[in-house]
Design a protein around this ligand. Sequence first.
Ligand code: FAD
Ligand code: MLT
Ligand code: ZN
Length: 465
Amino acid sequence: MPTADPLAADLAGVVGQQHLLVDPDLLAAYETDWTRRFSGRARLVVRPGSTAEVAEVVRRCARAGATVVPQGGNTGLVGGGVPRGGEVVLSLARIDGLDEVDGVSGQVTVGAGATLAAVQAHVRAAGWTVGIDLAARDTATVGGMVATNAGGLQVMRFGTMRARLAGLEAVLADGSVVSRLGGLDKDTTGYDLVGLLCGSEGTLGIVTRVRLRLAPLVPAGVTVLLGLESTEAAVGTLAELRRRGAPLVSAEWFQASAVALVRGHTGLPAPPCGTHPDHLLLDAADRHDPVEAMAAALDGLDGGDTAAVADDRAGREALWAYRERITESIGAAGIPHKLDVALRPDRFAAAVAALPAVVADAAPAARLVLFGHLGDGTVHVNVLGLAPDDTAVDEAVLRCVVAHDGTIGAEHGIGVAKAPWLHLYRSDEELRAMAAIKAALDPAGMLNPGVLLPAVRRPPPAPPR
Ligand code: FAD
Ligand code: MLT
Ligand code: ZN
């Protein structure tokens, strides 16, 4: 479609007309986030095909004074990957190449736009695992997962995205390229730019390539679903399983409200362990069949006597469905406010117990759904029945979590959804340090304004005389 925007013509000269979108019908998919809570108009969407093209696009946007929102799979849940109004959306989707797995170092380099599922399949064929998994795997990109320091279902064994990162390549706000793809395990040569860019949510640079640490695939696995009478019991059972050395990969927790929602949306039968106030879904994997090890570890623990156990693929997927289908079931019930937070094990149950009253006080008609990754302390607080911009519950929940010594951002990032409350968890000194880093790397405030930190438009530095 012809456009009067001179920037569109300029960028089409870099990426080709077919990779430059201005038609409102085509822009729509890039303008609203997965939850449907956040949306804004894009000035245009540009889809570069290489790091060099990203760098040139960024330089030309800078010259035109345009702001840029990097976007991967648009599965983010805090509104950070969609425009707020008038930004250029820079999609990484075309930069999705997969290099050969380096079996000597156990690493692989991939394009930032590669989906997690594509990378998982690629490395699995060579006998490796990425050590990261999440339900949005078919759409979420590796670059987006680096930008948010994604967590997911296997953090208790393999860590978050930052722990899986052996290096990356990124384009900074001035169009320069930093490339740290060497994959060395040791490197004490100054500031850790890779670690800094991880979790920066597109505010410091645009990730174009990623080098991932892999772990050897282990052949045998088992899934166990436990029904428990309380959150304290879930925390206690997991603590004892860890103490007994159970070979756990995942420990997911969800309440009866989540089971009801999933069953209503999907038509699944009652869970085979029975419906209980709390549930714990465990995945274990090992070189040797972990079924006996898990049975021994569960012996005498809460929930062990009614446990549902599966070690075949279909049976395991059937148990996982109660957990993996929670997010889509919440989305089918309305537009949620999603607040992902994390707590220490000793504060987890108390915080969970406090949340219903906190939500009811702020919004008596709201519906609360709680679940999360107990293995790493994440609670996903989902509240239905609120207007998208009614943030009283958000603030009340985040204050409650901080009062229980938890973090207001576990794995989804801060985005725009939680930016007003970052001060609850980060000190003035930390916020000033973060603002100084932002000002140093992006003095004009061009990359993802309003995400993580307040948007500040500064004049670009004067050219050298
Ligand atoms: P986007 O949504 O496109 O962007 C997310 C953020 O990263 C934005 O701020 C964006 O500007 C920035 N960004 C994207 N790409 C780049 C890049 N190349 N360079 C710089 N910045 C970039 N998250 C978890 O952590 N754990 C889970 O278990 C989990 N489960 C999910 C399940 C479902 C069903 C859904 C819908 C989401 C889930 N998420 C989960 C959230 C989401 O998948 C992650 O945040 C993921 O990392 C986002 O990747 P994306 O490619 O979709 O990024
Ligand atoms: C999950 O663990 O399923 C995700 O983080 C998505 C969500 O919070 O809904
Ligand atoms: Zn999660």
